[in-house]
Design a protein around this ligand. Structure first.
Ligand SMILES: [Zn+2]
Length: 397
């Protein structure tokens, strides 16, 4: 038990760091990809109401293998396989099992990787695709939704989770309820990620800027590390982030994890190809998303470990270019340059490129030439739409 509290306090610290990383905006983190669509197993869970959380009971090795694979392919944030996990008391132990599997999996690189508890919407457990239109939100009483999330988040918290990835949320009310539950869990934080039906509305039809403007007034927003979108088409992300930027007065960072761009048919439960799919649909837009404020990037359905690896490399390239700009700036009037995600200080100007690499979470920038090799307009467009807010020391407890 002592060990548990030791681990939990370590996780609380990690969650707090996580919040600082993203809120300070000086790190870009890579999240894993879609679990159910990437897992390799002989168990057919496609029409199982438990969906991929069935694997916690049917094939736990497959769960762990996939966590390991994502971590080995560059994911710095791993979600537990609890998105659609049953909240009935007899299934309570599965939350701890899910956390244990993720914890064992990241043992390959525990300092580099953070575990967050996946919290899917109530609609996902209805197993009828209703999280993609949120139709249940108007019919389900507040108390039922609160109870649902409270039980699941309590169980994750009991298992040591201190950071929740609340995702595929179809509308405002469910995000508010997540925050209401968060208020009951001291030391815990979250991100809030919405599923969106097009490039300006969340799944239930509310405008995303209206949703975020309302959320900004919630007391628990201080415990939110990021807001964003997931399981959306890559082509819709930039427009959604711009709308968020129009109301994001505190410059809260964004979490972005789109699907592969295919169309989901909720009634046949199949993905239908479109013209804008594949790795490039995501990779070609990464720089724009970062410029709009995205600080945690990953993938949702049909985005697997190989894409996550490419995403990690792509982000490293973007960082390298920014480092190159700093190197260039040292030859010029450094004080007039603004680094993308934070204002460089005089101290930075004296850093060697290798040290700058570390400052921005990028290893292997050893020479000035290497840094200078990648000079482009990246920094300029970073600055167009996203400026770091001054980070004050708020009370995160
Ligand atoms: Zn998805």
């Amino acid at each position: 038990m002592e060990r548990f509290y030791e681990n939990r306090s370590k996780n609380v610290r990690k969650a707090a760091e996580f919040l600082d990383w993203t809120r300070n905006g000086d790190k870009i983190l890579v999240l894993d990809g879609g679990f159910a669509s990437s897992v390799e197993t002989d168990v057919d869970f496609s029409s199982d109401a438990r969906w991929s959380s069935a694997l916690l009971e049917e094939d736990e090795d497959a769960v762990k293998r996939l966590h390991v694979k994502f971590a080995q392919n560059g994911a710095q944030v791993i979600e537990t396989n609890t998105y659609q996990l049953d909240f009935r008391p007899e299934k309570a132990a599965l939350f701890a099992k899910a956390v244990k599997l993720a914890t064992e999996a990241i043992a390959v690189n525990p300092e580099e990787v953070v575990i967050v508890g996946a919290v899917g919407p109530f609609g996902a457990t209805l197993a009828d695709g209703s999280e993609y239109d949120g139709r249940y939100l108007t019919k389900t009483p507040y108390e039922s939704l609160f109870e649902f999330h409270k039980r699941r988040m309590d169980r994750l918290s009991d298992a040591g989770i201190t950071f929740f990835a609340a995702e595929t949320l179809p509308g405002l009310i469910e995000a508010e309820i997540i925050l209401d539950v968060l208020e009951t869990l001291p030391g815990c934080r979250c991100w809030l990620s919405f599923q969106c039906r097009d490039d300006y509305r969340v799944a239930n039809g509310q405008k995303i800027d209206d949703v975020f403007a309302r959320l900004s007034r919630h007391r628990a927003l201080r415990k939110v590390a990021a807001v964003g979108v997931n399981c959306v088409k890559p082509e819709t992300v930039a427009s959604l982030l711009r709308l968020l930027n129009s109301v994001n007065e505190t410059r809260l960072p964004y979490v972005v994890y789109p699907n592969s761009g295919e169309d989901w048919n909720a009634s046949t439960k199949q993905w239908i190809p479109t013209n804008d799919v594949g790795d490039e649909a995501i990779l070609s837009r990464v720089s724009e998303w970062i410029s709009l404020g995205a600080r945690i990037l990953g993938g949702c359905c049909r985005v697997g470990p190989s894409t996550i690896q490419k995403l990690r490399l792509k982000i490293a390239e973007e960082m390298l270019e920014a480092v190159g700009k700093v190197a260039e700036a040292k030859e010029q009037d450094f004080t007039t340059m603004q680094l993308s995600w934070r204002r460089p200080t005089t101290k930075d100007a004296n850093l060697r490129p290798s040290q700058l690499g570390r400052v921005f979470g990028l290893a292997g920038v050893d020479s000035k030439q290497e840094a200078e090799k990648h000079l482009s307009a990246i920094l300029d467009h970073f600055n167009v739409e996203y400026a770091k807010r001054e980070c004050d020391n708020e009370d995160f407890s």
